[in-house]
Write a protein that binds this ligand. Structure first.
Ligand code: CAA
Length: 260
């Protein structure tokens, strides 16, 4: 597959999608989004790939958000179109049936942070800076930020970040629960890869069902969500991988999961 705005690599059961417009701090244009969606479709149908890493090219940015330069002469219809474009990407990541890790190597601002929040896990370099900075250009978060950030960290802090448009550093983001872990910049890529590698060894169907339950259950009553979990465990209980996991446990060896 040929791409112009992303780098798409596959190795050791990990697919890495690198946003590749470093001259614009990896800002998302329609073309970037379409290429990421194409790569995701390729990964979806590739049984050999178990985990996705989404990151940014260069040392400076994961992504500085939606492309501000395309907003000149904006109107209601174009604003709605921009929102739909980001929603498509965020929904694809959130509903993707394999774990997606956002490797936040630098700035994750506006739509950049919103895309990272649609991923399952966020690992940050200590150099990373994050913020819902849209207010500074007279805009609001338009790719789910008012909702995903609030669900992640609660209304009090979400309002503070969205109203002030301030950037926070990686350690603050970790304390708030926006990122899972922070790694030193010089070993960041290696640490992310090690983390992803660990996930490739877990049972794929169990990961897929756990992800769906956590995501869907968050918007349901506890009773309904627990009923859904019961159905989910029914699916996982019927996998060959569960039998492999149980055998490996009793035989005191590491399991080899096949995603069946
Ligand atoms: N869109 C388009 N281009 C962008 C961009 C963006 N979001 N962010 C940075 N760039 C471009 C700059 O225009 C610059 O290009 P030129 O050299 O051609 O002018 C290049 O990337 C490097 O940026 P800077 O020179 O500004 O770099 P800096 O180190 O001085 O500052 C920064 C870095 C603080 C991140 C600054 O670039 C910045 O504030 N960027 C905007 C961040 C932002 O507000 N993002 C939200 C976008 S709106 C959005 O995402 C809406 C939504 O909810 C979907």
């Amino acid at each position: 597959m040929e791409f112009k705005y992303i780098i798409y690599e596959k190795s050791e059961a990990i697919a890495t999608i690198t946003l590749n417009r470093p001259e614009a701090l990896n800002a998302f244009s329609k073309e970037v989004i379409n290429e990421v969606l194409q790569a995701l479709e390729d990964i979806r149908t590739n049984e050999g790939i178990r985990v996705v890493i989404l990151t940014g090219a260069g040392e400076k940015a994961f992504s500085a958000g939606a492309d501000i330069k395309t907003m000149k002469g904006f109107n209601a219809l174009k604003g709605r179109e921009l929102s739909l474009m980001g929603e498509r990407l965020c929904n694809a990541l959130e509903n993707f049936e394999k774990p997606v890790i956002a490797a936040i190597n630098g700035y994750a601002l506006g739509g950049g942070l919103e895309v990272a929040m649609a991923c399952d896990l966020r690992l940050a370099s200590e150099r990373a800076r994050m913020g819902q900075t849209e207010i500074n250009i007279g805009l609001i978060p338009g790719w789910g930020g008012t909702q995903r950030l609030t669900r992640l960290i609660g209304r009090t802090k979400a309002k503070e970040l969205i109203f002030t448009g301030k950037m926070i550093d990686a350690k603050t983001a970790e304390k708030l629960g926006i990122v899972n872990m922070v790694f030193p910049a010089e070993e960041f890529r290696e640490k992310v890869r090690q983390f992803a590698k660990e996930l490739t060894l877990k049972a794929p169907v169990a990961l897929k069902v756990a992800k769906a339950l956590i995501n869907k259950g968050a918007d349901m009553s506890l009773d309904s969500a627990i009923a859904l979990e019961r159905e989910g465990i029914g699916v996982v209980a019927s996998t060959e991988d569960l039998q492999e996991g149980v055998s490996a446990f009793t035989e005191k060896r590491k399991p080899i999961f096949k995603g069946r």
